[in-house]
Design a protein around this ligand. Structure first.
Ligand code: FPP
Length: 247
């Protein structure tokens, strides 16, 4: 019998990487140490993803609401992201990974914005894994932006088609198959609201710095066991995937 993990499903997995601060606090360390440990987890997960049938991975690194955090923590996070993009670039290229950043760019420090542009440019040929980092990201803003860019009034179908096109950044399906949130909270926090319409949700108490490749493997196995019906009866009737609406 074919192993469930052998199937080439080109999964899109989205992760809310929560729990860095608590991980650090439990060790008597400043919160930024938790973020630094979180970067190590990002490396591990990016490396493990293609071997688990994941072709698209979207990581929530900084929400538009995270600007409310103390300036020192925001600066530390921006610095970590810039360092990650610079230090990991060659590894991303070697791993045949294409990196893109979703979210607003106009409020990012200039050095980070430049590092993003460089990394995106240098990895355009990556075909094994599409890594998307959500930065200064708000799903509501993304949807509102798409709506503002459109000539309204239009039909709901046309709206759906246009939002899909406007929030997409490549030609592969953007619909999320599995959303994972670490850190024990059970909410979406304005992440990929449109794209997660039919996502399976998996919440784990594991803090992000402790999340391992084995945890990701277990999450994918759990996903494979779930029956997805997309509002139908699970009998092979057409699925209302937004990816299909672009046709
Ligand atoms: C949430 O944990 C985590 C963040 C707001 C930042 C996530 C960033 C990283 C993992 C590092 C950089 C990312 C990349 C892609 C290189 P929290 O601080 O809210 O934790 P808490 O809920 O325990 O306080």
């Amino acid at each position: 019998m074919q192993s469930t993990l052998d199937r080439k499903d080109h999964l899109h997995i989205a992760i809310i990487m929560d729990g860095n601060g608590r991980w650090a606090a439990r060790r008597g360390l400043p919160r930024t140490f938790g973020h630094r440990a979180g970067v190590e987890t990002v490396r591990r997960i990016v490396e493990a993803a293609p071997g688990l049938g994941i072709s698209k991975l979207t990581l929530f690194a900084f929400s538009s609401d995270n600007w409310r955090r103390p300036a020192a923590e925001v600066a530390a996070l921006m610095g970590l992201l810039q360092t990650y993009l610079q230090a990991e670039l060659q590894r991303l290229i070697d791993g045949d990974t294409r990196l893109t950043v979703i979210g607003r760019r106009d409020r990012l420090p200039e050095g980070l914005a430049q590092a993003i542009a460089r990394a995106e440019q240098a990895t355009t040929r990556g075909a094994r894994l599409r890594l998307r980092i959500a930065l200064d990201y708000s799903a509501r803003t993304a949807i509102a932006h798409a709506a503002i860019c459109m000539a309204l009034p239009i039909s709901i179908d046309r709206f759906a088609r246009l939002v899909t096109q406007a929030t997409d950044d490549d030609d592969s399906p953007q619909e999320v198959d599995l959303l994972i949130r670490t850190g024990g909270e059970k909410r979406l926090s304005d992440f990929l609201l449109w794209e997660c319409a039919y996502a399976e949700l998996l919440f784990t108490d594991r803090m992000w710095p402790d999340f391992s490749a084995d945890d990701l493997r277990a999450a994918v196995s759990e996903f494979r066991r779930r029956e997805r019906r997309f509002g139908g009866l699970g009998d092979g009737s057409p699925q209302p995937q937004i990816a299909n609406m672009t046709a």
